[in-house]
Design a protein around this ligand. Structure first.
Ligand code: BV8
Ligand code: ZN
Length: 247
């Protein structure tokens, strides 16, 4: 796999590297993406499921969709793409993974500096008193009620129309603006404000690279597009970075 001279040189001098990841990074672990063929939103529209009104209208239905996804995510393992990103964290003075994924796989791969823009499916909380529940039994098919106040328990993920966690968003914007090199990996770049990150990086002078199996709405705005599976591309990229560091 050939990487451009520009990218190789930029990485050799880079102090700050940030990465925005989307569902495509977890695809090779067996986690279905949202908008690809066979994606989880092929049957339903995002608005029908990943929003607060849908949950209030039919808590069991939405709860079950998350239980199904929690079950899938618990069974799968980090893939070489996650592992390469975890290793990259040691290769640069500042390295941040900004993820839209809620599947916990970056942490499970060993990444430490991860900011989760859309929450984490392993966390749930009571709507009324905000007590957190983290050990959810995936066989619970009916929505759970809070032991303390009887309130409805919801997944700690960001639904459409909901604000992103403020600290995570601010930190992500700071990292994007401070990047020498920024990667947008496995994301259709359709969901905002997460999709702003590569543009913030570009505007601040970063060299912005997209790694995706197909072009996205953002491809034309970026410095370099590497077409391929993130697990394969990142495994090659980490070999190159390792070789450069040893020279
Ligand atoms: C907000 C979490 C402020 C839950 C998700 C009207 C009203 C309200 C808001 C809006 C509105 N109109 C627009 C908005 C903004 C809205 C938005 O962006 N809508 C879009 C659809 C136009 N955003 C919001 O609502 C956000 N909040 O703006 O609040 C506000 C408040 C009120 C009023 C106005 C504004 C909240 C957004 C977060 C929503 N939550 N998920 C859950 O997961 O259930 S979104 C969901 O999409 C996931 O988080 C996911 O991460 C995200 C993006 O999807 P991708 O990760 O990119 O996945 P996708 O399948 O799309 O693409 C996969 C890519 O991988 C593809 O490109 C494919 O080619 C590639 N690929 C596949 N395999 C591989 C690969 N690449 C490499 N290797 C492979 N092997
Ligand atoms: Zn409660």
């Amino acid at each position: 796999m050939k990487f451009s001279k520009e990218l190789i040189n930029r990485l050799a001098e880079a102090k700050s590297v940030s990465v925005l990841t989307g569902a495509g990074v977890s695809a090779e672990s067996g986690v279905p993406t949202f908008r690809d063929k066979g994606g989880i939103w092929e049957k339903f529209r995002p608005e029908d499921l990943a929003n607060f009104d849908a949950f209030i209208n039919d808590p069991d239905f939405v709860w079950n969709w998350y239980q199904h996804r929690r079950e899938v995510m618990r069974d799968v393992k980090p893939n070489p793409g996650h592992l390469a990103l975890a290793e990259m964290e040691e290769m640069f003075p500042n390295f941040t993974v900004i993820t839209q994924n809620i599947d916990n796989l970056h942490f499970r791969a060993g990444s430490k500096n991860v900011t989760e823009l859309h929450g984490n499916i392993e966390r749930s909380f009571c709507l009324k008193c905000r007590t957190f529940y983290n050990e959810i039994d995936v066989t619970e098919k009916k929505v759970l009620r809070c032991e303390k106040c009887g309130g409805l328990i919801r997944p700690d993920v960001v639904w459409f129309g909901e604000m992103l966690p403020e600290k995570a968003l601010m930190y992500a914007e700071e990292c994007a603006a401070a990047s020498d090199v920024f990667f947008s990996i496995g994301t259709s770049a359709e969901v905002y404000p997460a999709a702003l990150m590569p543009l913030i990086a570009k505007r601040a002078g970063a060299y912005v690279v997209e790694i995706n199996t197909k072009p996205t709405v953002m491809s034309a705005d970026l410095d370099e597009v590497i077409q391929g599976k993130s697990g394969e591309v990142l495994s090659e990229l980490i070999k190159l970075i390792r070789a450069n560091k040893n020279n």
